[in-house]
Design a binder for this molecule. Structure first.
Ligand code: AMP
Length: 189
């Protein structure tokens, strides 16, 4: 299985990615997690991206594309993967297409988690209190939503046109949403 999971900030992509990847026995690859680990370990990459992340902006495509291309070459990715939080821009869609064309590894499906923006802003503010994430204050949340709507939401149409989009209601318990996702994916197989 080669899957993407997409959706607005706060919709629960990361949580669902981990569960869905475990369900299908594939690695969940989160660009956000990779960047956060680099920031935490103060690597050169981390120093380059920490400010962008703290402001809720997007890391430049050249950096992000290279990280994903390298990660997909690792041995555990040979049996499939679930990409969480990538692609997020039109340039990333193109770069991913090129990597996958070269390795003849088509995407099986794109999970689109859908939810009302107001509910999500509320969730993100609560998560900010719990986790103390630097990119979760009211201003960055608004910034992240605006950038998502402008740069990432239009990409869903690209995958819909390719017949890959699987839209799932993202509101509900973790288990409810997970069950919806696996049911929708299994129905396609
Ligand atoms: P996430 O955990 O997926 O919400 O990602 C956290 C932050 O990492 C984002 O707000 C961006 O600053 C950065 N990031 C993660 N994935 C990407 C991507 N595909 N393109 C650009 N920036 C990204």
């Amino acid at each position: 299985m080669r899957l993407l999971i997409m959706g607005p900030p706060g919709v629960g992509k990361g949580t669902q990615a981990v569960g869905i990847a475990a369900h299908y026995g594939i690695p969940a690859i989160s660009t956000g997690d990779i960047f956060r680990a680099n920031v935490k370990n103060r690597t050169p990459l981390g120093q380059e991206v920490s400010r962008i992340m703290a402001e809720g902006g997007y890391v430049p495509d050249e950096i992000t594309n290279q990280i994903v291309a390298d990660r997909l070459k690792e041995s555990d990715a040979a049996r499939g993967w679930l990409l969480d939080g990538y692609p997020r821009t039109a340039g990333q869609v193109t770069a991913l297409d090129e990597v996958l064309d070269q390795s003849a590894q088509p995407i099986d499906a794109v999970i689109s988690l859908v939810a009302d923006t107001e509910i999500l802003v509320d969730r993100l503010l609560k998560r900010a209190e719990l986790e103390g994430r630097a990119d979760d204050n009211a201003d960055t949340i608004r910034n992240r939503m605006a950038i998502y709507n402008e740069a990432t939401d239009p990409l869903l149409a690209t995958y819909r046109d390719r017949g890959l989009l699987v839209e799932v209601d993202g509101i509900g318990s973790i288990d409810e949403v997970a069950a919806r996702i696996t049911a929708a994916l299994d129905a396609r197989r």
